[in-house]
Ligand binder design. Sequence first.
Ligand SMILES: Cc1ncc(C[n+]2csc(CCOP(=O)(O)OP(=O)(O)O)c2C)c(N)n1
Ligand SMILES: CC(=O)[C@@H](O)[C@H](O)COP(=O)(O)O
Ligand SMILES: [Mg+2]
Length: 641
Amino acid sequence: MMLERINGPEDIKKLTKQELDILSQEIRDFLVGKISMTGGHLASNLGVVELTMAIYLAFDLPKDKVIWDVGHQSYTHKILSGRRGEFDDLRQYGGMSGFPKRKESPCDAFDTGHSSTSISAGLGLAQARDVLGEDHFVVSVIGDGALTGGMAYEALNNAARMDKNFIIILNDNNMSISENVGGMSTYLNSIRTGEGYLDLKKHVTNVLSRIPVVGEQIIDKISRTKNGIKQLLIPGMLFENMGITYLGPVDGHNIKALSRALREAKKLPHTVLVHVITQKGKGYALAERNPSKFHGVDPFDIITGEPKKKKNNPSYTDVFSKTICRLAEQDKRIVAVTAAMPDGTGLKRFSRLYPDRFFDVGIAEEHAVTSAAGMAAGGLKPVVAVYSSFLQRGFDQILHDVCIQNLPVVFAIDRAGLVGSDGETHQGIFDLSYLTAIPNMSVFAPKNLWELKDGMEFALSYNGPFAVRYPRGEAYQGLKGFRAPIEYGKGEMLYEEKDIALLAVGSMVSTGEHVRQKLKAEGWNCSLANGRFVKPFDQELVDRLAKNHWLIAIMEENVLQGGFGPGVTAYIHEHHPHVKVINIALPDAYVEHGNVSLLRKGLGIDSNSIIWRLKKEYLDTERQNAEWKKIKDKTREMEKA
Ligand SMILES: Cc1ncc(C[n+]2csc(CCOP(=O)(O)OP(=O)(O)O)c2C)c(N)n1
Ligand SMILES: CC(=O)[C@@H](O)[C@H](O)COP(=O)(O)O
Ligand SMILES: [Mg+2]
């Protein structure tokens, strides 16, 4: 086994050409085998096996710095840097991350997860190197999908000014998660297929041949230079014209060709872009045929490619997907916008039914938001379907372009709350904080499948910015009987008793239901209210809870800072100072990868932890009351004496 000889970044350099070929096959088998058991990003990783090997052959890690854009394709890099043994726990709680992490290895030069950051980060590392007088290479590896993101262009614009070596490798597999979109994609495609080059070559040859006497001689001379006309008529002129040397296109599965290109790139005293053509899913036929399906996978059967665990119940994404299609049927002004996530957000169905009203803008959340604002200003009803963590990118656009003008843009925010195995960069635990901070924004969090439907319908009837946030995974089908019509800014009382009240939003309503059931079984009184609206929250509902309960527990799957809890708590302190409040929310911290129920337990937002906190609060209060009674009795005695 070649793989067994790879235990650190230098080991690959000891292999012969034949051994390298064997190694690439072993890596592919290893990746398919391991990912079929743990789940993870498969197709992108299979596509960059040779590219990663060539990088390790050409550079000295960790001295040289390699930045992987998004980082979902960094598995071969993890293997070659000596982490092969950690793949059994890939993306599991306490195990190895699916993304580069500086804390995991010195070979991980920069943490990634969100798209299009690698050129900025690489440029920064190169600038740090130059200011500090260090001597090493910096390489940013960016995909064609990631190259649709605005940050990549901001960075290219600056990289063009670089007067020391900085290498960008463009890994072009002609795919984002779904088909790649936009003008840059078309441009890369023309280079890939050679059409632009061949047309231009034909055109120039024709022009030259029309020049009397010398024309033919010039053609002859050019053709006899090393690479003929191609040397002069360089593909990638767009980059060249910016001041970035373009090398390529290079076959990304040919280690020799890649090594040659990287050797050339290392010699240049400025920014150079190496355009590498790869095939997403390479080596696993099912992934080659359907790279979107195998982009990110749950554990699957290698022979059939089907997930090991069948999903029977609809996810929130499915519910949103069907609901928006139904609503769009009734209202032709409804349009849908995605930033390169038609599959993940469920908009694929919409794109098939209403192709003229569907806009995939590429990995460009900022542009998605502002273009939706433009659509709303123009009389449409845009729905921006986006993951919670990716919408962080669009904060200023939501504030500046949507909310100041109070435009009716609906944000369908998927993956809100803990997402699990993608970890820190992808947890959707900040949206309540960043959205509720913005004036004019309304924020709604459905408790179950039916409330998402009703909430979407309400959102599209509302004349202003409106966010509906729902979690990853299966839609909750409990509490079916509670379906009071949605009223703006109003929550709903689900069970009204006395003593302890749980006021929960979104996914925490089902947790609240479990907590209540368990407490009831032990003889406690407990009410449960569904906040529904995080902003504006229902003050009357809070007043009603404050009347009959000595303790209110506010529950949300979001960080506490700026979330649902602090506003409600401040209101209770001001208007009902005798009522105790506890906040069940996430801490001021980034949450690592792992199974969601384990994470919830670790973070104290699962039902057992909540019950423990409630009981502790009860005991503390009893103890305080007893202390208080003692003090009062003593004071009375002293007064008598
Ligand atoms: C800001 C942001 N938006 C969306 C995503 C989701 N996402 C992850 S990978 C990916 C496609 C990347 O395509 P490309 O860079 O070409 O890499 P490939 O998967 O083709 O190797 C997308 C849209 C993300 N990671 N970050
Ligand atoms: C790398 C990346 O950002 C996406 O592929 C993401 O992992 C998708 O997450 P879901 O599996 O929740 O759709
Ligand atoms: Mg790609």
